[in-house]
Design a protein around this ligand. Structure first.
Ligand code: SF4
Ligand code: FES
Length: 247
């Protein structure tokens, strides 16, 4: 496949970026999107040019590192697919592909296609965990029976990989699908119930502090989430938050 690429290049967070044109030839349809970018980078390095900076790690859809807006859609136009699992066979030879970083004021651009998503880490650190005694008396997690429907619901929320596509897709840059998934995951489990009141309050306070917007029910987050995290998680987040306020 021969392709034209229009890629956002930006030296650092302080300088202005712009779209730059590249062309690339002989791309195999079975390559992943990131492998196609690897080929482009090899071509740039060989020509003495600076390679395109982009984020990636597992390349198997589980780490949440890859974060490109491809043809206007976070993770590209194919449903339930992370950028690293998107294959070039989904495009046609001769196509022009637009590649940009995730946009959102809480995700400032570091360089080219890499954004700083440490705001998500800080939200997680504010309450996205269960406190356990690790002094040698740790209780085996399986010692606490959990009804199968609860375990299944918790697992669906736990599928969130923290990629941030929900923020990039939302016109308000809302992080409520991400935070909702984390809060709901723990709220379903007996281990998570102990700290549920403080957890939701602290995570929402941190989310607001980071500058994420509020949800106005457009559903773009759910539509672009590669892990099919449902809007129900936002309902659960709101319910947990309200309960914590009443308590
Ligand atoms: S809710 Fe979906 S889009 Fe948002 S961070 Fe989690 S996996 Fe990514
Ligand atoms: S590189 Fe890990 S999810 Fe894409």
């Amino acid at each position: 496949m021969d392709l034209s690429l229009k890629i956002w290049r930006q030296k650092n967070k302080n300088e202005k970026g712009s779209m730059q044109d590249y062309s690339i030839k002989n791309i195999e349809p079975d390559m992943s999107f990131l492998e196609m970018l690897d080929v482009l980078n090899q071509q740039l390095i060989s020509g003495g040019e600076e390679p395109v900076a982009f984020d990636h790690d597992c390349r198997e859809g589980i780490c949440g590192s890859c974060s490109l807006v491809i043809n206007g859609a976070p993770h590209g136009p194919h449903k339930s697919t992370t950028t690293c699992q998107l294959h070039m066979r989904k495009f046609k030879s001769g196509d022009t592909i637009y590649i940009e970083p995730f946009r959102g004021s809480a995700f400032p651009i570091i360089k080219d296609l890499i954004v700083d998503r440490s705001s998500f880490d800080r939200i997680q650190q504010a309450g996205g965990y269960v406190s356990v005694n690790t002094s040698g008396n740790t209780v085996d997690a399986n010692a606490t029976p959990i009804p199968k429907p609860n375990a299944d619901e918790a697992f669906k929320s736990a599928a969130c990989i923290g990629c941030g596509a929900c923020v990039a897709a939302c016109k308000n840059s809302s992080a409520m699908l991400f935070v909702g998934a984390k809060v709901s995951q723990y709220a379903q489990l007996p281990q998570g119930k102990v700290e549920r009141t403080e957890r939701v309050k602290n995570m929402v306070v941190q989310m607001d502090k980071e500058g994420f917007g509020n949800c106005t029910n457009t559903g773009a987050c759910e539509a672009h989430c590669p892990k099919e995290i449902s809007l129900d998680n936002i309902v659960k987040l709101n319910r947990e938050y309200l309960n914590s306020k009443i308590k």
